[in-house]
Design a binder for this molecule. Sequence first.
Ligand SMILES: Cc1cc2nc3c(=O)[nH]c(=O)nc-3n(C[C@H](O)[C@H](O)[C@H](O)COP(=O)(O)O)c2cc1C
Length: 336
Amino acid sequence: MDGLTHPLQLSRGSIRGNLILAPMAGYTDRAFRTIAADCGADFAFTEMVSAEAVKRGNAKTIRLAMPAPGEVSAERIAYGIQIFTGDAVSAAAAVTALAPTHPALFDINCGCSVPKILKSGSGARLLQEPKKIGDIVRAMTESSPIPVSVKLRLGWDSHEITYLKAADEAAAAGACLITLHPRTRAQGFGGRADWSHIKILKERLGALPVIGSGDLFSPEDALRLLTETGCDGVMFARGAIGNPFIFEDTRLLLEGRPQASPRPADIRLHTALRHLGLLMSYKPEPIAAREMRKHFARYAAGLDHAAALRRAANVAASLREYELIVDHYLAGELTE
Ligand SMILES: Cc1cc2nc3c(=O)[nH]c(=O)nc-3n(C[C@H](O)[C@H](O)[C@H](O)COP(=O)(O)O)c2cc1C
């Protein structure tokens, strides 16, 4: 299994490894990205941010695009900013505004199917206009020296499969990396991701790095995706929520080293507490505690009495309350 973990050479610059945390709206904020990096992720994307909102100077949106402590250092840059837009001028303005935060990449979302996003001509709507993807990439590469990548789905629906055309346009315009989640917009998250398209895309693009996304729920999935398709890296999404350990475990498997055992309850729950502490470093405690509920449920998933843990967390309003829940649970006192 030689050489399955490696840096990604881009036409401009490089990324230090190929185990990547996906952009996930409502999830991949600074806290989650820090936890993922501590657990072995090489690189992470922000949640998607609106180029139009950045252009207008919306402070909340700009905060979403900020790096976590340690993501940008002299030695390495470990984060990329994903934007959504249907307009090349706004894309260029967003890149100019956000370049001083020094992401390693600006990524363009061409997969989101939320109605509001589609209506604005962005997200998966761009799959119906591959030329526009090229225009947006070009405008961004001309606005800053920071490399630009594109994240695609297969197409609008099974009658309109456009990813190859979209990737060609993006590559011709100077994109330095393409990610493919091989489902159509119409599929949402249903059915299975069809990895054969990742292989086709990699063969088509040659030296241009291709990252595979879709149904990566275990280290074995990542190994299979890399070996079956020849893609350059793997992007974990749902499989990393509540299980950031998937990055370490995948690295061990890909490097042929002894596997880590499943993390016991105390490690899972103490990681959840640390996650909450990180959220609280930049959000008021009650908001952080509320946002933590969805993550906590996933850290608890699969543990004995997970439902009791979830119920307790659903009314927790502070770090102290979460700590008490975890202490009670680990003492065997939380079973109902
Ligand atoms: C909650 C959630 C939010 C997501 N948000 C984004 C997003 O902001 N931008 C994006 O390109 N993809 C987004 N995705 C898609 C993921 O990045 C990924 O491509 C997809 O989940 C497939 O991977 P998986 O099957 O391993 O989860 C999101 C997925 C989930 C589950």
